[in-house]
Design a protein around this ligand. Structure first.
Ligand SMILES: NC(=O)c1ccc[n+]([C@@H]2O[C@H](COP(=O)([O-])OP(=O)(O)OC[C@H]3O[C@@H](n4cnc5c(N)ncnc54)[C@H](OP(=O)(O)O)[C@@H]3O)[C@@H](O)[C@H]2O)c1
Length: 253
C-alpha cells in the first residue's frame, strides 16, 4: 500500500530518540521531508545528519518546547525550511513523576501547551496543505488507571479530548486530527529500561499484563503513526488509536 507520504512535509517534536526518532526515520524512508527538535543540540545535529542520508529535506533545531516563544519560533523556521507543513506530530512529554504541584505545572506546560501551541501555530500551513494531519502522541495511561494518581495520565487524557474536539473544528478545512495511544514501549535509554532497573516489580507487573509478554518497540508505534498521519487514512479523524499489544483490559466500543 502506498501511504502517499512522498513529498509531504512533517514536523515532529522530540525526535532524537525513542518513538519520535522512529517516526522521523519512517517518514524520511517514505520520502517525506522532516523537521524535528529536541533540547540536546548535538543529538539534533546528528539526527539531522543521519536523516539527510535518506535523500529528503531535513531541518532540525535545539529548543525546549516549554519555552513558548522559542518553540513557536522553531515551528515557523521549520515550516519555512520545509516550505509548508502537511503533518504535525506533537510527541514531547514531560513524562511521569512525583505528583508535586511543580510537576503538574511542568506537565501542563510541556504536554498540553506544547501541543496546543503547535496546533495553533501550524494550522494555517495545515489548512493550506489539502491533506493536513495532526497525530498527537497520547498514552494508554489516559485510558485506564495506572500506578499512582499523576499529572502525566491526566495530561494525556486532556490531549485525547482536545484532539477529538479539534478534529470537529478543523475537519471542514481539510485537516484531520487523531491521537495514538501507545502501551509500554521499550528501547535502550527509554523510560521502561529505567523502570526495569529501578522498579523491577512494576516492570514485571507490566509484562504480565501483556498477553504475549512483550513490550512494543518505537518502530511499531511509528508504523501506526505514519499510517494515521498519511493520506491513506483519509477517513480516520477524531479517533484515538490504541497500539498496546493487549496491555489495556477495557473493551473499546
Ligand atoms: N515509552 C513509552 O513506553 C511510551 C508509552 C506511551 C506513550 N509514550 C509517549 O510517547 C512520546 C515519546 O516518548 P518516548 O518514550 O519515545 O521518548 P522520550 O524518552 O520521552 O524522549 C522524547 C524525545 O523528546 C525530547 N524532549 C524531551 N523533553 C523535551 C522538551 N522539553 N523540549 C524538546 N524536546 C524534548 C528528547 O530529547 P532531549 O532530551 O534532548 O530534549 C527526545 O528526543 C511521549 O509523548 C510519551 O509520553 C511513551
Amino acid at each position: 500500500m502506498d501511504l502517499g507520504l512522498r513529498g509531504k512535509k512533517a514536523i515532529v517534536t522530540g525526535a532524537t530518540k525513542g518513538i519520535g526518532r522512529a517516526i522521523v526515520e519512517l517518514f524520511a524512508q517514505e520520502g517525506a521531508d522532516v523537521a524535528l527538535c529536541a533540547r540536546a543540540e548535538d543529538e539534533v545535529a546528528s539526527a539531522v545528519q543521519e536523516l539527510k542520508g535518506r535523500g529528503v529535506n531535513v531541518f532540525g533545531d535545539a529548543v525546549n518546547v516549554r519555552d513558548g516563544e522559542a518553540y513557536k519560533a522553531f515551528l515557523e523556521k521549520a515550516a519555512g525550511a520545509l516550505g509548508g507543513c502537511d503533518i504535525f506530530i506533537p510527541n514531547v512529554s514531560a513524562g511521569g513523576g512525583f505528583d508535586s504541584e511543580k510537576n503538574w505545572v511542568k506537565s501542563f506546560e510541556v504536554d498540553v501547551l506544547h501541543t496546543v501551541r503547535g496546533c495553533e501555530a501550524l494550522m494555517p500551513h495545515l489548512e493550506k496543505s489539502g491533506s493536513g494531519s495532526i497525530v498527537i502522541i497520547a498514552s494508554t495511561n489516559a485510558l485506564e488507571t495506572f500506578g499512582v494518581p499523576q499529572a502525566y495520565n491526566a495530561m494525556k487524557a486532556a490531549l485525547i479530548t482536545y484532539g477529538k474536539q479539534l478534529a470537529q473544528h478543523v475537519g471542514r478545512k481539510g485537516v484531520r486530527v487523531n491521537s495514538v495511544s501507545p502501551g509500554p514501549i521499550y528501547f535502550d535509554g527509554g523510560a521502561w529500561e529505567l523502570v526495569k532497573g529501578t522498579m523491577p516489580k512494576l516492570y514485571d507487573w507490566a509484562i504480565k499484563q501483556i498477553p504475549n509478554g512483550r513490550m512494543g518497540t518505537p518502530e511499531e508505534i511509528a508504523r501506526v503513526v505514519a499510517f494515521v498521519a498519511s493520506p491513506a487514512a483519509s477517513l480516520i479523524s477524531g479517533s484515538n488509536v490504541v497500539a498496546d499489544n493487549g496491555f489495556t483490559k477495557r473493551v473499546q466500543f
